[in-house]
Every structure is written in C-alpha cells, then in structure tokens.
Design a protein around this ligand. Structure first.
Ligand code: AMP
Ligand code: MG
Length: 325
C-alpha cells in the first residue's frame, strides 16, 4: 500500500486535517500525533475500517478502543454525561484523561459493551481531524500490539509504513505516555490505567479515585490482560541504588543498557540518564526502542516511586518486563 506522508513542516494544519478526514471518510486509516503518543485512527462508525486497525496492530479482538472526540456536542451523541463527568471534563479536557461512561450507541460500535471510552486530545492536528470528519475517531497507539508505543514519527514508520493510508508527522509527542483511564460509569471513580494525568491531580478536586485490584481490573479493562510495551531484549527492573549494584554484579558479563534518573559513577556500555520523571515518561518508549536497535544484551531500568507520573512509568515498565504475569 502507498502511504501518504504529511508533515507539519510542509503542510498547514488545515490542509493536513482536510486530507486526513477525507481518507478516514473513505474508510482509510490515518496515523496522527496526540499529546500522549501517536494514534492509528479510523472512523469509529465504519466497522470495516475499525477491523483494519485490529488487523494491522495484531490487537486482541476483546480489547476495546478509545473514541476521540472534538466537542461536548459530539460527546453527547455517544455517551451519558453525568455531573461527575462534567466536573472532570471541565478541569482536564482537552488532555490525557480517558473516561469510561455509559454508552448511548449501538453495541456493535462499542465492542459489545454498554460502556464507552472517550477522550478529547490536546493536540491541534488530532482535534482538527476529528472536527473535519464530524464523527468520533477510534485511535489506539500506533504500534504493533505488545511493542513499545510510538512517540515519534520514526517509530510509526518502523511499525506501519506501507500498512496505513496516511501518516502525519508532527514530531515528538509531549507526554510520551498514554492517557489515564478512569471508569466513572457507576458514579464513582475507579482507576483502570495510570497515565499522563496523575491521580493526585484528580484527587485535588476532592474526587476519590479507587484503585481496582488486579482481578477486577482484568474484568473491567480488557486491555490490561495482555503483555504490552515490551522491547525485544530482556528488561530488568530495580527499585533503589543497592538493588542496582547487585543487578550490575549479577550481569557483569552482559552488555548493559541503563535507563533511569540516578547518575552513575561508573561506566556502562550505554546509559540514558533522565533529568526528572517528566523526561523519563516522555523518553520511556523511545529509549526502549533505542536499546533494541543498539549493541546491548539487556536493559536495566529504574522503577520510580508509585506516585505522580511515576505511577504510570512503573506500570509501563512492569508490563514491559513481563513480571506481572
Ligand atoms: P489503548 O490500547 O492505549 O488505546 O487503550 C485503550 C484502553 O482503554 C485499554 O486498556 C482498554 O481496555 C480500555 N477501554 C476501552 N474501552 C473500554 C471500556 N468500554 N471499558 C473499559 N475499558 C475500556
Ligand atoms: Mg497501546
């Protein structure tokens, strides 16, 4: 398949959005940047196009997709808007928060569920594409399922060149980590996936966010059943400096790629040191992809504390390493 490449360096946002919306309207797939990661989008009401996403990503059929919307009017056509939803929307949309709400549309469009996952992305290109299509766009991360998400144009090319109708190059994404998913369909807030918006920010509005236990999570959010984000090379995690020392002793014959915020006093084959957790989040997936492409045998990564953006980074690293299975 010939993949059309559009770029913010050469095309205006209007031109990109018009062409992308035209392709989506014809049942095609368009990869576009959001503020979290790149998404591979289809017209949410075109079942054929939506099925193509599952095919090219090799995504499990029981893992439902997030509807990306442009306005509250559009939201109102697909989901029930409760007072709790209104409060969260007022503070955090557009932005990296996905809400699970009661659905108003036919189950064939919601993967057989009576709830629907919705978000309003904080990215001009993404918003304009949805606005011009005048229909919601389902858009999971633009990577082969199980692999690290795409946070830059080059990653999308690696996974999807020749497999989608169009790729929009909008440079690196702002957060580099997917949206936070909160289920509020039963009028209380339950965290289904930590993400770029921290729980502390939500709790500052006096909304208690419950953490679902592992089994409830697998029931409520099918996406959490599968291994995700994994590099090809073994990924080994450590919590603190003394853990790290024992790891390095254990693997002293291997070529090590290190990632974390601790500055290392000794030399390693490859090390990527982040200035803070925001940078760790933004670079997490690109660093995993980088280590897969260079001469290291294993990746050793620091698990940050379970708070703020650290919660989402921990979640992604634990899933990527496969130790939660
Ligand atoms: P992604 O694969 O990054 O697009 O993330 C989509 C996430 O939203 C997955 O974890 C899905 O399981 C979850 N999701 C989508 N729709 C629903 C829904 N109706 N109820 C619960 N979780 C959902
Ligand atoms: Mg994904």
């Amino acid at each position: 398949m010939n993949t059309i490449i559009l770029s913010t360096k050469e095309n205006s946002v209007d031109e990109i959005a018009n062409r992308a919306a035209y392709i989506l309207r014809s049942g095609g797939l368009v990869v576009f940047p959001t503020e979290t990661v790149y998404g591979v989008g289809a017209d949410a009401f075109n079942i054929n196009a939506v099925n193509k996403i599952f095919d090219i990503k090799k995504r499990a059929k029981d893992n439902p997709l997030i509807f990306h919307i442009f306005s509250l009017d559009m939201l109102n056509t697909i989901a029930e808007i409760t007072p709790l939803a209104k409060k969260l929307i007022k503070h955090f949309w557009p932005g990296p928060l996905t809400l699970i709400l009661k659905s108003k549309i036919e189950r064939k469009f919601t993967f057989g569920l009576d709830t629907i996952a919705v978000r309003m992305p904080d990215n001009l290109i993404a918003l304009k594409i949805v606005e011009k299509l005048r229909k919601p766009v389902v858009a999971p991360s633009a990577n082969i399922s199980g692999k690290p998400s795409s946070t830059d144009f080059e990653h999308v090319l690696q996974d999807f060149h020749g497999k989608v109708d169009c790729i929009v190059n909008g440079g690196g994404t702002v957060y580099g980590i997917e949206s936070t998913v909160i289920d509020i369909s039963e009028n209380k807030a339950i965290l289904l996936r930590p993400g770029a918006l921290s729980i502390e920010d939500i709790e500052n509005l006096d909304i208690k966010v419950a953490l679902a236990d592992k089994w409830e999570l697998k029931k409520r959010s099918p996406g959490t059943r599968y291994r995700h984000y994994a590099p090809d090379k073994p990924l080994i995690l450590f919590e603190n400096q003394s853990d790290l020392k024992s790891m390095l002793d254990l693997y002293n014959n291997a070529k090590i790629g290190y990632m974390g915020t601790y500055k290392l006093m000794f030399d390693l084959d490859k090390k990527i040191i982040f200035r803070n957790l925001e940078e760790y989040g933004r670079m997490l997936f690109s660093t995993l992809r980088y280590f897969d492409s260079v001469d290291v045998d294993i990746i050793i990564a620091q698990l940050p504390e379970n708070k703020g953006i650290g919660r989402a980074i921990r979640d992604r690293l634990i899933r990527a390493s496969g130790i939660d299975r």
